[in-house]
Ligand binder design. Structure first.
Ligand SMILES: Nc1nc2c(ncn2[C@@H]2O[C@H](COP(=O)(O)OP(=O)(O)O)[C@@H](O)[C@H]2O)c(=O)[nH]1
Ligand SMILES: [Mg+2]
Length: 634
């Protein structure tokens, strides 16, 4: 199935044509039929000669109803431009064509209607020339009369060729259904309709209603009055929803698949400066109406700069702290602050419109960034513009990562770009250059710290994270693992080959590994130490001690010889374990709970509690009245 919207001046015969092709009435309202005037969107469909279904979204031509027209045009892939033979090229012919061009709709055909009333030649030549100058380019043209039926067969064939030539969208694409109608049916609840451009909707699916992101469930689906279990775009669909009260959905809201869209309140966009002053840096209004899909919202406009052309290669730019004085290139980059946030992807098209006093302005802008970083520093607008004028359309993962440095994989996917690299840590993606620079900064941080304070334990990972401005501790860990000359131990970063200084303390003061002990005891101790090698704080269980013949007397002897650290009767660790525990605990936010300590040490309560008490006694840690602990200052 495909969906085509009509376009053209009022009274040029759009609705009559849809009626003649489909046998259905596109003017749904009694008032429309009484006045013979399309006010709102109409919907009808036909079977094409090739067997394909083609649905029409019939739009109003009257200038007062342009917003309704744009709501119908927004999500469709193709248009049928209608010009009356006796009417010729008219203001809304031009306005609708400008909208088609701004939205980037590149498929369509031209129909000269009312051909029984006048020679279609002049209207056809003018319209074809106007259309050729837009992204529609050269289109097939058919002259028809809905009264005599002349040309209708040719038109059906031309529509068949148009539909057959349209790309088949990806059934796995993220679902975004712009609501163009919402109503309630007694007994079944809320129904919304819209043009599904791509992706698949199934009964039972959970979708989010924008802008609230309230979840709703698809109870039933109809497409062209037929019930369906699932429907793939392109299609006209009606969804019966569960989870919404009747008042909630309205035209301009969208149903989106969770996690696959960014609800954007601020977007960076780029457009080609039109001829004439308006829409260029000089004549740009401070506020514009943004149209996309069936939505429209006012937006504040902040011009960032001008330059171009996009893509790799020379972008010359006229930077300006406030507003560039002159256009240095054919491309303008601006930041839009939307009054109502919209579900968007980088690469989406926005129609920017100003029905202002200085004459109608329609611009077609490409969305570059749906979550742009704030422009805080002086000159950051100009440098953003310099960068963004060169971005490809649509932008790719690398462009967004270059700008943001770091992004979560889910956030990047919700921006709608492909080509994401492998994560650097957990679900974090990084720009190569950003990551390399961060690695260098981390190495420098660790070296400087060690030079300043050679006896220190090193830089706690948390401190490194915050010094580098990283949003997640795991990023600091991943960087440390990669950084040249940096070793990680117990939550501290220090230069390689600089051993951790052991805290001097009463318990660790006799590292007398050489004290002779009987060989069977030495063997038992070696076995126990190898148990502890991988998991320093997992003290062996009583069974294991018994198996090794380590009874309390043997343990006491080994501890006296400095071969073991005896924490309690049944808890034995390697010598140095207390110092290592101190290093780990120093990496925790202070003070910490027993549970936090246990987790950080990777051990059980059986070990953690006596170990903490041991550290308290050794005056390494301090127990607070609320049972939490902190490391004592050295
Ligand atoms: N003679 C003639 N009249 C037509 C033809 N198509 C439409 N009309 C008339 O033109 C008027 C406007 O048509 P309508 O479909 O409402 O135009 P729309 O505003 O573009 O939808 C109506 O009175 C139609 O009957 C045609 O091919 N020949
Ligand atoms: Mg009409």
């Amino acid at each position: 199935m495909q969906v085509v919207a009509t376009a053209g001046h009022v009274d040029h015969g759009k609705s009559t044509l849809v009626r003649a092709l489909t046998g259905m009435e596109p003017d749904r309202w009694a008032e429309e039929r009484r006045r013979g005037l399309t006010i709102d969107l109409g919907f009808a469909w036909m079977d094409l000669p090739g067997g394909q279904r083609l649905a029409f979204v019939d739009v109003p031509g009257h200038e007062r109803f342009v917003p309704n027209m744009l709501a119908g045009l927004g999500p469709v892939p193709a248009v049928m431009m209608v010009v009356a033979a006796d009417g010729g090229w008219m203001p809304q012919s031009a306005e609708h064509l400008a909208a088609i061009d701004a939205l980037g709709i590149s498929r369509g055909l031209l129909v000269i209607t009312r051909a029984d009333l006048a020679d279609p030649g002049p209207a056809r030549r003018r319209a074809a020339a106007e259309i050729a100058a837009t992204c529609l380019g050269e289109v097939e043209t058919v002259a028809v009369s809905a009264v005599t039926g002349a040309g209708l067969t040719e038109l059906r064939d031309a529509l068949g060729r148009l539909a057959a030539g349209l790309p088949v969208p990806d059934p796995g694409a993220p679902v975004r259904l712009w609501v163009d109608r919402a109503f309630s049916i007694k007994g079944s609840g809320t129904v919304v309709t819209g043009t599904l451009p791509a992706g698949t909707v199934r009964t039972g699916d959970e979708l989010l209603l924008t802008p609230s992101l309230r979840p709703v469930r698809v109870r039933a689906i109809e497409s062209m009055d037929q019930p369906a279990d699932q429907v793939r775009g392109v299609a006209r669909v009606a969804l019966n929803l569960r989870g919404v009260s009747r008042e909630i959905p309205a035209r301009g809201m969208a149903l989106v698949q969770p996690g696959r869209w960014t609800l954007a309140g601020t977007v960076d966009v780029r457009w080609a400066a039109p001829a004439g002053a308006r829409g260029t840096s000089r004549g740009l209004p401070r506020e514009l109406i943004v149209h996309t899909g069936s939505a429209r919202t006012p937006a504040r406009v902040r011009l960032l700069g001008a330059g171009g052309p996009p893509g790799p290669g020379g972008a010359s730019l006229a930077p300006g702290p406030a507003r560039p004085e002159a256009d240095a290139g054919p491309w303008l980059v601006a930041r839009l602050t939307l009054r109502d946030p919209l579900p968007l992807h980088a690469g989406d098209r926005l129609l920017l419109r100003d029905p202002g006093a200085a004459g109608l302005l329609i611009l077609g802008a490409a969305v570059l960034d749906v979550a742009p970083p704030p422009l805080r520093r002086r000159g950051s607008a100009a440098s953003a513009a310099r960068d963004l004028t060169r971005w490809p359309d649509p932008p790719g993962a690398r462009d967004l990562l270059r700008r943001h440095g770091l992004l979560r994989a889910g956030a990047l996917a919700a921006m709608g770009v492909t080509g994401a690299p492998e994560p650097v840590a957990a679900d974090w993606l990084a720009d190569d250059a950003f990551w390399a620079a961060a690695r260098e900064r981390l190495a420098a941080l660790v070296t400087e710290h060690a030079a300043r304070d050679p006896l220190a334990l090193g830089v706690p990972i948390e401190a490194a994270r915050s010094a580098l401005g990283l949003p997640d501790r795991r990023l600091a860990e991943a960087l440390a693992a990669e950084a040249p000359g940096v070793a990680v131990a117990g939550g501290y970063l220090r230069p390689v080959r600089s051993p951790a200084p052991v805290r001097p303390g009463p318990v660790e003061s006799s590292p007398a590994e050489s004290t002779p002990v009987p060989e069977p005891l030495a063997r038992a101790v070696r076995a126990l130490r190898s148990d502890l090698a991988g998991d320093a704080f997992r003290a062996p269980e009583a069974d294991r001690l018994r198996e090794l013949g380590l009874n309390p007397r043997a343990i006491a002897a080994a501890a006296r010889a400095g071969l073991l650290l005896r924490i309690s009767e049944q808890v034995v660790l390697a010598p140095g374990a207390a110092a290592d525990a101190a290093i780990v605990l120093a990496g925790l936010p202070q003070p910490f709970t027993t549970a936090e300590a246990r987790k950080a040490l990777g051990t059980t309560r059986r070990v953690a509690i006596p170990l903490l008490e041991f550290l308290d006694r050794a005056r390494i840690t301090e127990r607070l009245p609320d049972d939490r602990r902190r490391l004592r200052p050295r």
